[in-house]
Write a protein that binds this ligand. Sequence first.
Ligand SMILES: Nc1ncnc2c1ncn2[C@@H]1O[C@H](COP(=O)(O)OP(=O)(O)OP(=O)(O)O)[C@@H](O)[C@H]1O
Ligand SMILES: [Mg+2]
Length: 340
Amino acid sequence: MSSTPELSPRSVGSSEESGVFVVRGDRQLDATLRPSVWDEYVGQSHVKNNIQVLLSAAKKRGDMPEHVLFYGPPGVGKTSLAHLVATALEVPLKTTSGVAIERAADLAAILTNLEPGSILFIDEIHQLSHKIEELLYPALESGTLDIVLGRGPSARTVELALPPFMLVGATTRMSQLSSPLRSRFGGGVFQLDFYSDEDLCAIIKRSAAVLGLTASEEVIEMIASRSRATPRVANALLKRVRDYAQVHEREIDTKTCELACEMFGIDQLGLTKDDRRYLETLLTGFKGGPAGIRALASALHEDPDSVEHVYEPYLLRLGFIERSSQGRRLTQTGREYLRT
Ligand SMILES: Nc1ncnc2c1ncn2[C@@H]1O[C@H](COP(=O)(O)OP(=O)(O)OP(=O)(O)O)[C@@H](O)[C@H]1O
Ligand SMILES: [Mg+2]
């Protein structure tokens, strides 16, 4: 799909660079704006309440809490939650990702080097290979690791006791997670959802304060409404509006916000040229659908995974498309949007 080079979602798919119009520098912004206490973590109250009970109960018992998994679209606060869990327990957090643990030795090195009582955060955990998953199961259930010494007939398995730890997993691709692994998260499997405009406004307000910016309620609401219901996008957009204001020597007002969005190809709903092209392709190339994901992705010159997990969730939320076993279909609302 085409878009301005800086804001291209080309590299979506890995947690490192996932998210529409999120670029490399935004990872640093993530770290700067990450909530450091529970009160700064806005929304998702169901998940927050459950986690807080899990942590308090474990603390009272003097145990490690059971393992938990967070899933949801990119930028909705999974990593932030993992950090808050570690802060609440006052323990170290070791971060890695499914794709980084390639060999048994990688997993053994990580697990045996954990400080007792720490959190192991595995991002994009669906990317663990089957072999590594199998090794992880005893580590999660009984705190042991089976290591094979030697090769061939003389090979033998040694059971190694591991330091106690809590696994926090995160994934944007829940459907790709194996059910045996899913069932190992005894503390809960929590879905993080898109955010309401009200919650996004609260997030943007705090981010503006952290970045030392003055923004009116109107500006904050405008940014929220164009942020695809996603905190990371809201923060990225706030930063871009600030940059635009700086370069053009303007105040951060609604006009500046509009001009900046226009430059970045973001419309009133937060949709980009890529989203529009998706909808137009569905309308003209497939007569509004139903269109199979592979055929649609091929027409868009994108990989089906990105189409399904990056573009479609927000279009579904807006009610512009419908997904069924027959494929994707443009809704009446989607058709009306294209007429505007
Ligand atoms: N509930 C929240 N309250 C306040 N800020 C939030 C919240 N969720 C996310 N953010 C902001 O959005 C940024 C991105 O969130 P985070 O990195 O936790 O998302 P993620 O779900 O892990 O994304 P990915 O799937 O790409 O790894 C954070 O650094 C933080 O600034
Ligand atoms: Mg993350």
